[in-house]
Ligand binder design. Sequence first.
Ligand code: SAM
Length: 351
Amino acid sequence: MTIDQGKLGELVGTFVADLGATIAAGNVVVGHRLGLYRSLAGAAATADQLAQRTGTDPRYVAEWLRGQAAGGYVSYDPASEQFSLTEEQAYALADPDGPLYLPGAFVLALGALRAESQVTDAFRTGAGMGWHEHHEDVFTGCEMFFRPGYLANLTSSWIPALDGVDDKLSAGGRVADVGCGHGASTVLLAQAYPKAAIRGSDYHQASIDTARKRAADAGVADRARFEVASAQMFSGTGYDLVATFDCLHDMGDPAGAARHIRQALDADGTWLIVEPLAGDVLADNLNPVGRVYYSFSAFVCVPNARSQPGGYTLGAQAGETAIRQVAEQAGFTRFRRAAETPFNAVYEARP
Ligand SMILES: C[S@@+](CC[C@H](N)C(=O)[O-])C[C@H]1O[C@@H](n2cnc3c(N)ncnc32)[C@H](O)[C@@H]1O
């Protein structure tokens, strides 16, 4: 065996970065929960000052700050021994309601990793694990992970990219948000289109309970209503828009969902399908974004699909051809990519 020391060094270097990121993930979540980033965004601080401001222990906070500075999430000035956030660090780490909030992704990742032993067993047996069986951080982390993208794009670019939908919803219209989780997209639609009647649904009772609360807190509970129902069973017909946000690939029976969506749509209605951005062939997805999605997929998406009847396991990197096939099999005749971001593919399917 001949070891190429250069290649080995490269692999170990990648590993050290990954190991650091893995254990740093817990620290990012600590910073999120205790408001450490938020406080630091307000003003630079030594460890003692930050601890005092946030009601935390100075020794723990000192270690946290050092690790954060080593990872480039926090800046350090050796002369004053103060830590601070640059504009960019504050933008990405300190505003949970902003257009980019990276700690939410770590809440989701840590929550998903709690299922490691069940997932290891599932690899052996092929059994499924439903979305509802995960730790609750998966549900809130998912909301935090996806909401900034919806906030930045949904009503400003994705809906306007669909044929005639913005006009219909501005005038009224009926919308079904299927697999809505905590209802982040449902609430944004209700806020943007006050005359539209919006019905969110998800098979997971606890997510629907939270979605109802989110709608009430946002003052849109009159027009955003929710039900516990699978994508193959949700109620209502004559919808102008049915939307599935980052959930079609999670389903064991996406074809059944597509058929149900088709019959629930008005003849001139639109199915908005938002899915993780992916190419059609594996080689296209062997990049950092693909790695994120495949890794979540093995822990959450594939196990959920396996837990449901239907026999599909699209996974989180299904690609346009696979999604198109699901839509066309259900009788949708017009299918196109209407928009995309570095993370999302946005498809429009029409009967
Ligand atoms: C990745 S989350 C996305 C949630 C939400 N749409 C969002 O973008 O924040 C996937 C959601 O699909 C839901 N789900 C999975 N299988 C489903 C099914 N067969 N019918 C309805 N919802 C389903 C899960 O409960 C979960 O809320």
